[in-house]
Design a protein around this ligand. Structure first.
Ligand code: FRU
Length: 499
């Protein structure tokens, strides 16, 4: 095995993409403005970085088939985090430590080291005793061709008390030292009820790593394995994010608190959900050249999630997986996080319509027009203080037997996100929306693309993302007021188009 094998495997993978992309592009569920690969399977975003004047996005990739396996790192660049140009695949399985059909080059991150673009990733393979996961490094001078470090892996040993689940390194610099955090499971492991945790290492050169300790861990309730951890400062706080396995309905978490690097300890005073929907996992953040902390996530979920049925209905079209719209992470005065769609998305807007204030009578239903009802955006503002309705319902992508209902229960102070497919199958998630009273109006911000719905609510402190595989005639949008009237302050709608 050598650099030559890596190059050969990259060429073979790239040829497979070229063969399959024409077919995949014709898929009826192909997203318009959400990132997708040219063909094949994608999961987590990796190695997000603003480097040499461009945004780089890498991702977990199977270029051969629209199913998970033999994982490569796909690669794309952008000037605005919206329009992406696909580049050659960056990493392919090629070495004994990462060349396994049930493994490959798993998730990781990117940093600039002395003008070189450095990728840190998990090499995953299988042995007779189960998974073997180690941390590895690859570098590039031009940001396109990556060479794996000849003495990989750079971290071979498991941390004390840790199971074989040991993956997804995220590297950051703090006070002239490199720190690497990595997801782990203490005790029995992810599928046997271990305790999710984040481990930390320190290095001066990205090669030799000294173990510092477990900076945060579950108390038996916060999931069995913390995948894809991320750690960054925001205002005068530190944020630790991760994607916990087997934490009930929760699967993208942030902890807000303080980081003590000397004692390798993260302490937190607040736990929040990054997205409460069905399809939002493994978000990774990066700092852009304007000082914004931007988050990109895989808009799908794994088979161990409570509502999981399949990965969607696109594998037959030769592709599977897309990323949720990029969101900017902001810290509020009351120490919560907001996840705000980046303002570059406004460049996609067309066909603006405005509905001035009106009252929706008790049990009245009104159709709202937003672009073609499929590629569109809607910003709705409801006057809570004077509305008497028990429920305000926003129905999107409504067709004969399918649709998504967003139910604001003013009575129970909760929001329900409900999708019904044409087979009559209903999935529902609900969350409390009023942690405190005194909210006079409530804004809902919605983005729709061919097969996805993303809702932002409660001043961007709460969001729900869900994938839908509906008929193109299911494109109606309605507002309903149940058991009382609803005062609508304003509605702004747009079509969205990628050019
Ligand atoms: C998260 C994850 C990571 C792993 C990758 C494998 O979705 O399970 O923990 O590195 O996917 O593709």
């Amino acid at each position: 095995m050598s650099d030559k094998t890596h190059k050969q495997n990259l060429v073979r993978a790239q040829n497979a993409v070229m063969e399959n992309e024409g077919f995949a592009k014709k898929g009826r569920y192909r997203q318009q403005y959400h990132f997708t690969a040219p063909a094949g399977w994608i999961n987590d975003p990796n190695g997000l970085i603003f480097w040499h004047g461009q945004y780089h996005l890498f991702y977990q990739y199977n270029p051969y088939e629209a199913v998970w396996g033999g994982i490569h790192w796909g690669h794309a660049v952008s000037n605005d985090v919206i329009h992406w140009e696909h580049l050659p695949i960056a990493l392919a399985p090629s070495e004994p430590y990462d060349d396994h059909p049930q493994g490959g080059c798993f998730s990781g991150s990117a940093v600039d080291d002395d003008d070189k673009l450095v990728l840190l990733y998990t090499a995953a393979s299988e042995s007779d005793h189960g998974p073997v996961q180690t941390q590895c490094l690859a570098t590039s001078k031009d940001g396109i061709i990556f060479e794996k470090y000849k003495n990989n892996p750079i971290i071979r040993e498991l941390p004390p008390d840790a199971s074989a689940d040991f993956r997804d390194p995220k590297v950051l610099k703090y006070k002239d030292s490199w720190y690497l955090i990595v997801g782990s499971s203490l005790g029995e492991g992810a599928r046997r009820g271990g305790d999710g945790c984040v481990q930390m290492y320190k290095s001066a050169d990205l090669i030799k790593w000294e173990y510092c300790g477990a900076i945060a861990r579950s108390n038996g309730k916060l999931g069995t394995m913390w995948e894809c951890p991320d750690l960054f400062p925001l205002g005068d706080k530190w944020v630790l994010m991760f994607s916990p396995m087997f934490y009930g309905e929760r699967k993208a978490i942030y902890l807000l608190g303080d980081m003590d690097f000397d004692n390798a300890l993260f302490s937190w005073e607040y736990e929040g959900e990054i997205d409460c929907g069905f399809d939002y996992y493994a978000p990774q953040s990066f700092l852009d050249n304007k000082g914004r902390r931007i988050l990109i996530a895989w808009a799908n979920g794994w088979e161990w999630m409570p509502w999981w049925k399949d990965f969607g209905q696109t594998a037959g079209e030769g592709w599977c997986g897309h990323f949720a719209i990029p969101r900017e992470v902001r810290l509020t005065k009351d120490n919560c996080l907001q996840f705000v769609p980046i303002n570059e998305l406004e460049s996609l807007r067309t066909d603006y319509e405005e509905y001035p204030a009106f009252i929706l009578g008790a049990d009245e239903r009104k159709e709202i027009y937003a672009g073609d009802g499929i590629y569109c955006e809607l910003v709705l503002n409801i006057d809570i203080s004077t509305s008497t309705a028990k429920q305000v319902v926003l129905v999107v992508r409504q067709g004969e037997n399918e649709g998504v209902r967003i139910i604001l229960s003013l009575d129970d102070k909760e929001v329900l996100f409900e999708r019904m497919d044409s087979r009559g199958q209903v999935d529902m998630l609900k969350r409390q929306i009023f942690p405190d009273f005194g909210i006079d109006s409530l804004k809902m911000h919605l983005f729709l693309d061919t097969c996805s719905v993303e809702l932002f609510i409660l001043d961007y402190k709460m969001s729900f993302s869900g994938n839908i595989y509906f008929d193109e005639n299911s494109n109606h949008l309605f507002l309903e007021s149940k058991c009382g009237h609803t005062k609508i302050n304003s509605i702004h709608t747009y079509g969205l188009t990628m050019c």
